[in-house]
Design a protein around this ligand. Structure first.
Ligand code: ATP
Length: 295
């Protein structure tokens, strides 16, 4: 990693909101798979951190580890994850359990999963699924408040609130994904982890949703860990990028720096595998001449 460049870019960033240090995660199968090996990342308040790397390098496993969503045979074998709450408290995420863990998840850090648009319950309308989030996590909320907040959330993600009465099969893939983003936003989290949130959608719909995420981030101020294979997209939308290879974070820095002066040979190889990076893209980039293009 280029330490000097990183120091300069870090100085301009906000306070950390989520820090992972030396995180290691194994799948206890035979033979065991060391999916994440000593990974350290820092997510700053309000920033978009892109996580890139080829299929199987451990991105999803790391994301699940950050939010304590790992299930057997996955096991966190070392390291720490600390959430720096807006209240000033530091929360040891690895040490959470029971009620404390339930309160942490979705409230502080929420997640939009890979292919999650297919995880809406097919026999419940959108209203019921949004209301359920509040019934579970905000038991004091009155029905009218749940209804108002659900309609507000749909509007936020660009879906007409009349769609509260729709069932998932009545919505397009893009709309379903927007509903999933609305659910992830429901409890006003400080961090959203988005794992390939638009990969299954066609390019035009994908771009619309990415624009919406950028707008919401500007407006609501949450930080994002954004995972995708699409490195050109990451370079456009991220403030900083972490590159993962075989379970390790091999380089982490300012998106512009990763693009213009990649420090690691693997990052250079990854960049050169996207011919489009040399082409006419960049309508989202918020640095240099194209600033403001995200609107
Ligand atoms: N349930 C499991 N049991 C055993 N090994 C697993 C399991 N899930 C994932 N792995 C292995 O862990 C490694 C990391 O997988 P992971 O899904 O985190 O990678 P990824 O970078 O997110 O890949 P993709 O981009 O294809 O989703 C891979 O070698 C994968 O085969």
């Amino acid at each position: 990693m280029n330490a000097d460049a990183n120091a300069v870019s870090t100085a301009a960033l906000g306070e950390p909101v989520l820090t992972a240090r030396n995180l290691s995660i194994e799948y206890e199968v035979d033979p065991p798979v060391k999916a994440v090996r000593g990974a350290s990342i820092t997510l700053h308040r309000g920033e978009i951190l892109g996580l890139a790397g080829e299929s199987g390098c451990g991105k999803t496993t790391l994301a699940y580890g950050l939010n304590r969503l790992l299930k057997a045979p996955a096991l966190m074998t070392g390291g720490e994850v600390v959430f720096h709450d807006a209240s000033g408290d530091d929360i040891d995420v690895v040490g959470l359990d029971g009620e404390a863990l339930r309160r942490f998840r979705w409230n502080k850090v929420s997640m939009v999963f890979q292919g999650s648009m297919n995880s809406l319950n097919p026999v419940m309308n959108v209203r019921k699924q949004l209301h359920d989030v509040f019934t579970t996590h905000r038991p004091g909320m009155k029905r009218a408040e749940r209804e108002a907040r659900s309609a507000e959330l749909l509007t936020l993600v660009g879906v007409d609130p009349t769609r509260l009465s729709s069932f998932p099969h009545e919505l397009s893939g893009g709309m379903r994904q927007r509903v999933m983003i609305a659910m992830a936003l429901a409890l006003d989290p400080q961090v959203m982890i988005m794992d390939e949130p638009t990969t299954a959608l066609d390019v035009v719909v994908q771009r619309g949703i990415i624009r919406e995420i950028m707008r919401l981030r500007e407006r609501l101020g949450f930080a994002v860990v954004f995972i995708t294979h699409d490195l050109p997209l990451l370079i456009e939308i991220s403030d900083r990028i972490a590159i993962m290879l075989d379970g390790e974070i091999i380089e982490q820095g300012d998106a512009e720096q990763i693009y213009r002066a990649p420090g690691h040979p693997y990052t250079r190889r990854l960049l050169s595998s996207f011919p489009s990076l040399r082409g006419d893209r960049g309508d989202f980039i918020r640095t240099g001449a194209a600033a403001g293009g995200a609107a």
